[in-house]
Design a protein around this ligand. Structure first.
Ligand code: SF4
Ligand code: SF4
Length: 404
């Protein structure tokens, strides 16, 4: 694929990071050039190169607009994988992936500790003391990104099988970590809408989809997580699998490449975003008009590329009537800058990227910004709150559920 790059530079106009920095190593052309040199052994991995390759949102906007169809996001990911092979993962990521991501119980324990930190008064004490401001790495700002965690895991608050009378279909629900630990209201909204439409829901044991590891080039960890998730959903006789998380969906769709075993394709073919399931499979019509004011929508990078991923959430939002109005936002599909752990590892740059959304909201006072990825919700909520904007960031399903 690299050979297809003609070095035309057209990607500069589409790369959010290049637009913010004007630096060639951050744009697709620069990274392809560096990968070429690495492959020819004219360069060796070093700290500087590691930093350059970690500075990419993997948003794919360059590839979508490249005349030669060079998918730089995939090339960057392969570069990160080579880097992991050559130098190993940084110690923080290695610790998080090995001791938390792969062990769902410990992830839950970490979420609980954060919840206690946020609700025991310790957070207020730390913030008032301003101790984090004195530490390196913008810790005081990063600490504010994480929204209030749920007191209980979503999956522990609901039965594993939610039956309805005369159910039409039986679906598995992959909740993802964010809905489970941070946004249980999204999960309850999904269940409410599915129940109203006579769908039986199964929520089996599951772990992280693996996206933090995939984005970091740690393919071994993703394979392990993929294997567990696939085994858990495989034996359930499901008609479909739904998820409310665009990032999880994107990762699941890569499972067949990562885990080439019989049956994986068949299982992965069943997964879809919840909005697609409601619009294309159930063909629902929302029953009640609701007065929600002005709604705008942000396209998650992982959702806009799957078939119907742009249209289906909009089709649902446009169905909400009453005094509710859906309006398109300028550059709705521009990456919000969240990008896995990018918003933490590259906090300042990530905040520059999200300012485009803040500016749009400053000029258009919407009541709600809806989106289909909890990671985007977290990034946008943080940016809006820092800017003092009143717009509430919600999952599309939270608004759809209000019509039931
Ligand atoms: S990646 Fe595509 S758009 Fe960018 S320089 Fe290469 S060919 Fe041109
Ligand atoms: S994937 Fe996104 S951030 Fe990375 S080079 Fe392409 S446009 Fe820039």
């Amino acid at each position: 694929m690299m050979n297809r790059c003609s070095r035309c530079g057209a990607c500069q106009a589409y790369c959010p990071l290049y637009q913010e920095t004007g630096l060639e190593p951050f744009v697709a052309r620069g990274k392809v050039e560096l990968l070429d040199l690495l492959q020819d052994s004219k360069l060796q991995w070093n700290d500087k190169l590691a930093e350059i390759f970690s500075t990419c949102l993997l948003c794919g906007n360059c590839g979508d607009n490249c005349p030669n169809k060079v998918k730089a996001d995939l090339l960057v990911r392969e570069g990160r994988r080579d880097l992991v092979v050559a130098r190993g993962l940084p110690i923080i990521k290695r610790t998080v992936f090995n001791h938390f991501l792969k062990k769902d119980g410990r992830l839950g324990m970490m979420a609980k500790l954060f919840y206690l930190y946020q609700h025991s008064g310790l957070q207020q004490v730390i913030r008032k003391s301003r101790v984090l401001e004195k530490l390196p790495g913008n810790l005081d700002l990063k600490e504010k990104i994480l929204p209030n965690l749920s007191s209980r895991e979503f999956r522990k608050m609901v039965p594993k099988v939610i039956k309805t009378e005369n159910s039409k279909l039986r679906v598995g629900y992959f909740t993802g970590c964010m809905t489970n630990y941070v946004y249980p209201q999204t999960g309850f909204s999904v269940l409410k809408v599915l129940k109203a439409n006579k769908v039986e829901v199964v929520i089996p044991e599951q772990g992280c989809c693996g996206i933090p590891a995939l984005a970091s080039g740690d393919y071994e960890t993703v394979r392990e997580l993929a294997r567990k998730n696939l085994a858990s959903f495989n034996s359930l006789s499901l008609d479909y699998i739904v998820t409310d998380c665009a990032s999880c969906l994107g990762t699941w769709l890569e499972y067949p490449e990562l885990w080439q075993e019989n049956g994986v394709n068949l299982l992965v073919e069943k997964i879809m975003d919840i909005s697609t399931f409601l619009v294309k499979i159930l063909q629902i019509e929302l029953p009640n008009p609701v007065d929600l004011g002005l709604i705008i929508y942000h396209d998650p990078c992982h959702l806009k590329r799957v078939p119907g991923g742009r249209e289906n959430p909009r089709a649902l939002l446009k169905q909400i009537t009453g005094n509710t109005r859906f309006v398109e936002m300028k550059d709705a599909d521009r990456c919000c800058g969240s990008a896995g752990s990018f918003h933490i590892t590259h906090y300042q740059l990530s905040q520059k990227v999200v300012q485009a959304k803040v500016k749009t909201l400053e000029s258009r006072q919407a009541q709600y910004l809806a989106t289909g990825c909890p990671a985007c919700m977290m990034q946008l909520s943080h940016a809006f709150s820092e800017a003092g904007l009143p717009t509430k960031v919600v999952h599309t399903m939270e608004l759809v559920a209000k019509a039931y």
